[in-house]
Design a protein around this ligand. Structure first.
Ligand SMILES: Cc1cc2nc3c(=O)[nH]c(=O)nc-3n(C[C@H](O)[C@H](O)[C@H](O)COP(=O)(O)OP(=O)(O)OC[C@H]3O[C@@H](n4cnc5c(N)ncnc54)[C@H](O)[C@@H]3O)c2cc1C
Length: 455
């Protein structure tokens, strides 16, 4: 380990490895530090999913059968609160073992020239004239000072670097607290009858899903909920009593968290960038973050690589275009989705059933658009048909007016917040004013956790 690098990345999991590889490939000197020993890297949980097309899109290595590869599937079905009206949701997905795949990404980063220091914990940033010039870290009880032009926070939910910044540094230092996360519980199950097979399904009303695992005679029954693991169990009980699940026994549980909140308004400041979970870059439709972070990091790389190569400073002003690039790449669409989904969960189980039955909100068209990170576009004819079905629902007593109003409000909020994001200031001037307005709109949107606690 040297005492100076172009870039120091804190966190050697999926985000840290991706960023390291792409920088090192360009001849940029990179050190990645992680507080964990190598054998514990990527051990938060086992099975995770990546879209098949994402391997080529991001140029990431393919998993290998018998090592990190677990399974593949082509599509899933999305079901109503009572397990009816399955809607086809396409999408080719590869399932992998998180630990083994993360180590593959670590090797991939090292092969490109990045150094990885395991068991090396970030302690604090070093500042000169109020600007970051490196980090202090602890290795084998010894405190080390390492200089860098850029410090990238890839430390996941603890967001250790971002949260250590001074309040006025230009990036929000919020903690990702229980109202800002999905608690995820995975039940690894085996079917009681060996002839039974896994059905790829999900039930958005409970935020539950049935998906494959490495044991072909079993499945994963997953649930995500705001606030706590207790909330997961409470909702899971309702789910089990409303939906017919294939008879099974639970082999073991896994539990974890994924961020569910808006990212910091600015992802950058002087010699600093927040990436991946530490910047709350997860898909609002499912909480997945591995490739969502790669979209973000591609926007960061477009700015950072030329700056470093041309010897320019990685100042807040020079890094600023990253914010706009990220918003254009997916940030505005994610903000829209997040606001709309808050309204979409404000229905009862019976209303959810009506939505599915009548192709309202929960339709294949919506799932395709959300899966691609965007929002669906409807023709006038489709809008009129939907309006008729909403009115019919109210007239027949199957939908409450309050539910429709909540939905309309959510759709309008989604439009407002994404519209505001598209007006993100091109320089730090005007940022405070932009944030003040964004705060007002997000306040109107509310939070997914508020909807859960209100139910
Ligand atoms: C149960 C579950 C299932 C999920 N399934 C999927 C899925 O199928 N697909 C998907 O895309 N996403 C999924 N997600 C979300 C996904 O796991 C995360 O978005 C992603 O792993 C975040 O990666 P990261 O590199 O940003 O952070 P992390 O993976 O959290 O890595 C952070 C790294 O920083 C290190 N670190 C922390 N503090 C310090 C410190 N002080 N000093 C040095 N290093 C430090 C940690 O040791 C860790 O290695 C799931 C999440 C959960 C909980």
């Amino acid at each position: 380990m040297k005492n100076s690098y172009d870039v120091i990345i804190v966190g050697a999991a999926t985000a840290g490895s991706y960023f390291a590889n792409k920088l090192a490939k360009e001849g940029i000197s990179v050190l990645v530090i992680d507080s964990k020993p190598e054998e514990k890297i990527g051990t938060k949980y086992d099975i995770f999913h990546v879209g098949r097309e994402d391997f080529d899109k991001f140029g990431i290595p393919w998993p290998v059968k018998g090592e990190d590869y677990a399974f593949e599937f082509d599509s899933t079905h999305v079901c109503s609160a009572f397990g009816n009206h399955p809607k086809y949701s396409p999408g080719k997905v590869v399932g992998m073992h998180m630990h083994d795949y993360t180590l593959r990404l670590n090797r991939w980063a090292q092969q490109a020239g990045a150094e990885i220091a395991y068991e090396t914990a970030f302690k604090s940033c070093i500042y000169e004239n109020g600007k970051i010039t490196g980090v202090t870290c602890v290795r084998n009880g010894e405190e080390l000072e390492i200089k860098a032009k850029l410090v990238a926070d890839c430390s996941g939910i603890p967001s250790v670097v971002r949260r250590s910044l001074p309040d006025n540094y230009g990036v929000e230092t919020f903690e990702i607290d229980p109202t800002d996360m999905f608690y995820v519980v995975l039940r690894y199950i085996s079917f009681t009858n060996p002839d039974d097979k896994m059905n790829l399904r999900s039930w958005p009303f409970y935020k539950t899903w049935e998906a494959p695992q490495h044991n072909p005679d079993g499945a994963i029954l997953g649930i995500g909920a705001n606030l706590s693991f207790d909330m997961c169990e409470k909702v899971y009980k309702e789910f089990e009593s409303a939906v017919n699940l294939t008879p099974h026994k639970i082999d073991y549980f896994e539990r974890g968290f994924t961020p569910y909140r808006r990212p910091p308004y600015s992802l950058v400041s002087d010699s600093f960038v927040a990436l991946g979970d530490s910047a709350c870059i997860t898909k609002p439709s499912c909480g997945e973050g591995v490739t969502a972070a790669m979209v973000q990091m591609d926007a960061v790389l477009e700015v950072v690589i030329p700056l470093i190569k041309s010897g320019k400073q990685l100042s807040r002003e020079n890094l600023w275009p990253i914010n706009k690039k990220y918003i254009d790449a997916q940030g505005a669409d994610f903000a829209n989705q997040m606001a709309v989904l808050i309204g979409a969960v404000a229905s009862s189980a019976e209303e959810n059933e009506y939505f599915f039955e009548n192709d309202l909100i929960f339709s294949t068209k919506n799932f395709i658009a959300m899966g691609e990170g965007g929002m669906p576009r409807f023709s006038i004819g489709e809008i009129l048909t939907m309006a008729y079905r909403f009115i019919k629902g109210i007239v027949t007593g199957k939908l409450r007016i309050s539910t429709i109003l909540a939905l309309l409000k959510a759709v309008m909020n989604g439009g407002k917040i994404s519209g505001h994001y598209k007006k993100f200031p091109t320089t730090p001037a005007g940022f405070d004013k932009w944030c003040a307005k964004a705060d007002i709109i997000w306040k109107k949107c509310g939070k997914m956790a508020d909807m859960v606690s209100d139910k």
